[in-house]
Design a protein around this ligand. Sequence first.
Ligand code: SF4
Length: 306
Amino acid sequence: MKTLVPNYYKKFRCIADKCRHNCCVGWEIDIDDDTLGYYADLSGDFGKKVRQNIDFDDECPHFILKEGDRCPFLATDGLCEIIKRLGEDALCDICTDHPRFRNFFSEHTEMGLGLCCEEAARIILSYDEPFELVPTDEDFAVCLDDQEKEMFDEREELFSIIRDRSVSVFERMERIASKYSFELQDLFPEKLKDLYLSLERLCEKWTDLLLAITSFDINKSILSDKKYSVCFEQLLCYLIFRHFVDGMYDDRYAPRIKFAISGVLLVANLCDNVNCADLDIFEISRMFSSEVEYSQENLDKVFDSL
Ligand code: SF4
């Protein structure tokens, strides 16, 4: 399958034991059939240990999380015991893939890095070159069907507005709002605070941040600080890249555009409201992603409301 990836894609390397939000904590990992068969045949004490830590009775067999919702194979040094003992090829599909995501089309796939991973967030937001999709193979020629062509043309227009560095990121968002006939002010975080607080939440810190949302003065905000314009441009490109294409299946293109813009406005507002070295733009964007973007239930609720 021919694949397109963002130009920053190859920069990603998992930072493993240096990661503050290890993805091996807090997520129940389903094991795919091939890997399950491989684990079933593993010999020796380690094979026995692997099997003892899998819930085979569930519809989707998965690793049984330990105290603190830690993966049973996450060692105290922050590294994965399965990789250490058996190598990376022994990982199940979900562990191998994370934090990558894929969108499938008739003749090709798009693959990206998910913002919920702190290293991916750092790479995505700090990448200075304008967002671009590049093929992983040299020979990239595909035929798009009519619906795909229309969607990609529309998305390309959005990207070209977002990448226009001759104006501020806020002006670029205004242009998009005008093109799609909605009011940018309606997406200001103070207007959507109740919506954000009605969503399912994972972490108390996120709730505290949402409660601290205040009215937004764009001119005095981080959004007008040139130092951060690349971060917000990349954040907006990422959200459009990841979510716009699914409009092909439910025709909810406009809510997805509004979601992307409201995400940028929310991250900017939260960055302005916190005074804590640990909560920089990368961390707040990562939190937004894992709290809102990675929950289909939350996403649907947001799309329905915008
Ligand atoms: S969140 Fe990202 S950097 Fe951290 S352990 Fe997972 S893949 Fe690696």
